[in-house]
Write a protein that binds this ligand. Structure first.
Ligand code: SF4
Ligand code: SF4
Length: 668
């Protein structure tokens, strides 16, 4: 199934992921409850980031770790490709027909179980969630809660079919029946496979974290323990590993510490007979570490390898909340998974898994303990894909063609863009220049007119360059056409300079963020670019306003381009509180943790059904706090949030400019 069909199907089946979204809320509630127990949470995240910057891709540390592991009696196999990893593991399992396994993302990435099955080795997942997913034949939805998208009744049905008898949907009954089956396999198997949460270079230790106790048992089988992991799991010391696992535990489950933390420093030994060392007493006599490179060490951008697999990004990703595991692939869940694939030389796979589904909202980075900038990484990959002509999204090609032909992404003839200004008597030159932008000019011409009136009431006469105004390049930059975007921005700055502008005011945060994206141009031309909400803050006085009185609750939606990208959160709220006499409430996801409207990153043009589904999630968030009006500061958000509402009980959506205008004009 192609990506578009997959998106449409996921949107149609969105309710099948209600269980996943419910599980995500449960994790967040538990995190909230336990937050005070980790008072140094932010400092721990900072430490993690610094540690990852120093260790991921560090060849010396890799050599140190391998040598320390070998000194401790591990056998270490460094394998370059996925194929080499599969054949090495198959070789290690020669003569065995059964292997038990605990959670490991890299084995999912390798499709290890399917590969071994073909060579006659049965792989039994021992983690309950993984076993459910294995029996259901579906993809995991969360790194530590693989089956969180399935309801207990779906699991009961699955187990009833598997065991050939009726199993009740009581969680205790489900747990117990599967525990008994897994215990049988554990008692028969001689070899276990696990992943590793960390490998410490100084001590040569492997750290494995889990709650069920199954990984300990897989690691203790008599013949062999195979640890399948990747080089980015190498950390300097045991203390660094503990910081990482504590963060991973809290962020993935909400608990402050996991039930089990295994620190393994080699095979099982005894020296109780004549003081000579004999391998394999209660644990395995052979412990093999398979380090799978698969493009990681040679990757130029190593940032996605900073991941510790906590899954926080999935909880906050608007795309993942609609698409679930269909955004990404096995072992590569969500945006970070897509980014990792692309950065390790598998650009085609990353395109197939959703490189262009990301709305570029940046919500994942805000909650990521390693502060991985997925939005930026995805944009760079899009640029590579676009430059190498690997992108085949017809709607995106149309946007690029529209920019070439009409100088706007909306396929509207150039002459129409400045129509809104007719009769306003705007002069073409001046220190304060109004940059209306394509979207405001063409979608909301009356908002552009209101902006001019607002500025005039405040005693400013804005200049406007009319039909000469060019596109800022924001949309095409998000589609990966970096050089076109830069050319567009540069042409805009030249026009601003020719118009004698010192300050450029925009109504669209996409425009201000696109123009501010080039500090060299800002410096060269000495021009300040401000969004209207920022520009108005501090310029409105009580005397000039008659606040609009509303009985209903009002909420503010932070546009991603204004909030997370430009850090403008308080200014629009301050302006809103001046122009509105109404109860203003915040949505659960606001400011840095705001949720996207679904219109960004080319998703609205390329995948409209996804954009609409994300927008309706945002509307639901506003409804859940009782808001009847959403005020925002972006034409894309206004349009997206208005269009996605199908039900009759609509929430009104207004641009901040409209509310400011009303308050000023009432006074006038
Ligand atoms: S930037 Fe937004 S849409 Fe893209 S992966 Fe991150 S959270 Fe998801
Ligand atoms: S990308 Fe960040 S938030 Fe997402 S799983 Fe990895 S560490 Fe956690």
């Amino acid at each position: 199934m192609g990506l578009k069909e997959r998106v449409d199907q996921a949107v149609r089946d969105k309710s099948s992921l209600d269980g996943m979204r419910h599980s995500f809320r449960t994790i967040e509630e538990r995190q909230c409850k336990n937050k005070a127990k980790i008072p140094d949470l932010e400092a721990r995240k900072d430490r993690l980031r610094v540690m990852k910057e120093g260790s991921v891709g560090n060849q010396e540390m890799l050599i140190e770790a391998i040598s320390a592991l070998r000194e401790n009696g591990f056998r270490v196999l460094m394998v370059k490709t996925a194929e080499a990893a599969l054949s090495a593991i198959q070789h290690e399992l020669h003569g065995y027909e059964l292997v038990v396994k605990s959670k490991s993302n890299v084995t999912k990435e390798l499709h290890l179980a399917e590969h071994l099955a073909k060579s006659g080795v049965e792989v039994i997942e021992t983690d309950l969630g993984d076993r459910i997913v294995q029996l259901a034949g579906c993809m995991a939805a969360h790194p530590t809660g693989p089956a969180c998208h399935m309801t207990r009744s779906e699991i009961a049905q699955l187990f009833s079919e598997h065991f050939g008898r009726e199993i009740s949907d009581d969680p205790m009954a489900l747990t117990s029946v599967m525990r008994d089956e897994i215990a049988e396999y554990l008692s028969k198997a001689m070899v276990g496979i696990t992943g590793a949460n960390a490998i410490t270079a100084a001590e040569g230790a492997v750290v494995i974290v889990h709650n069920e106790g199954n990984a300990t048992r897989c690691a203790m089988l008599p013949d062999k323990h195979i640890i399948v992991t990747t080089p980015e799991k190498i950390v300097p010391t045991l203390e660094d590993a503990m910081n990482s696992v504590r963060l991973q535990t809290y962020l993935s489950t909400g608990k402050i510490v996991s039930s089990y933390i295994n620190v393994i420093t080699g095979p099982s030994y005894t020296a109780d007979i004549e003081k000579k060392l004999y391998r394999g007493m209660h644990g395995p006599k052979d412990v093999v570490v398979v380090l799978v490179d698969d493009g990681r060490l040679s990757a130029v951008d190593k940032e996605p390898q900073y991941c510790i697999g906590c899954g926080m990004c999935l909880l906050h990703c608007p795309v993942y909340n609609v698409m679930g595991p269909s955004f990404g692939s096995s072992g590569h869940m969500g945006g970070q998974g897509v980014y990792l694939l692309g950065s390790t030389g598998k650009l085609e796979d990353s395109l197939e898994d959703g490189l262009f589904l990301c709305t570029s909202c940046g919500a994942c980075t805000e909650v990521c303990p390693s502060r991985i900038d997925t939005k930026k990484g995805m944009a760079n990959l899009r640029c590579t894909a676009t430059d190498s002509k690997k992108v085949d999204i017809s709607e995106h090609k149309e946007v690029l063609a529209s920019l070439r032909n009409y100088d706007n992404p909306w396929k509207v003839p150039r002459a129409q863009k400045s129509k809104w200004s007719k009769g306003l008597g705007l002069k073409p030159k001046g220190e304060v220049l109004f940059f209306a932008g394509c979207s405001t000019s063409l979608l909301f011409p009356e908002t552009a007119q209101k902006m001019v009136e607002i500025l005039r009431v405040l005693g400013m006469e804005p200049a406007y360059i009319g039909s000469k105004e060019k596109c800022c390049g924001s949309t095409v930059r998000k589609l990966g056409a970096f050089s076109v975007a830069r050319d567009k921005a540069e042409a805009c700055f030249r026009d601003f300079h020719d118009a004698g502008a010192k300050i450029v005011v925009t109504s669209c945060p996409g425009c201000s963020s696109a123009l501010n994206h080039y500090p060299d141009l800002i410096e060269e031309y000495g021009i300040q670019v401000s969004h209207i909400s920022q520009f108005l803050d501090g310029k409105l006085s009580h005397e000039s306003l008659s606040p609009v009185r509303l009985e209903c609750k009002v909420t503010y939606h932070d546009p991603c381009d204004l909030g997370r990208i430009q850090g403008i959160y308080e200014e629009p709220r301050h302006v809103l509180s001046q122009v509105l006499d109404a109860p203003i409430v915040e949505m659960d996801r606001s400011r840095r943790n705001s949720s996207c409207c679904g219109s960004g990153g080319g998703v609205k043009s390329g995948f409209p059904s996804l954009s609409e589904a994300i927008g309706s999630d945002r509307i639901d968030m506003a409804k859940s706090v009782g808001a009847k009006l959403i005020v925002t500061s972006c034409p894309w958000c206004v349009q997206g949030l208005r269009e996605c509402q199908k039900s009759r009980a609509k929430v009104q959506v207004k641009d901040l400019v409209d509310v400011v205008h009303e308050a000023l004009m009432r006074k006038e």
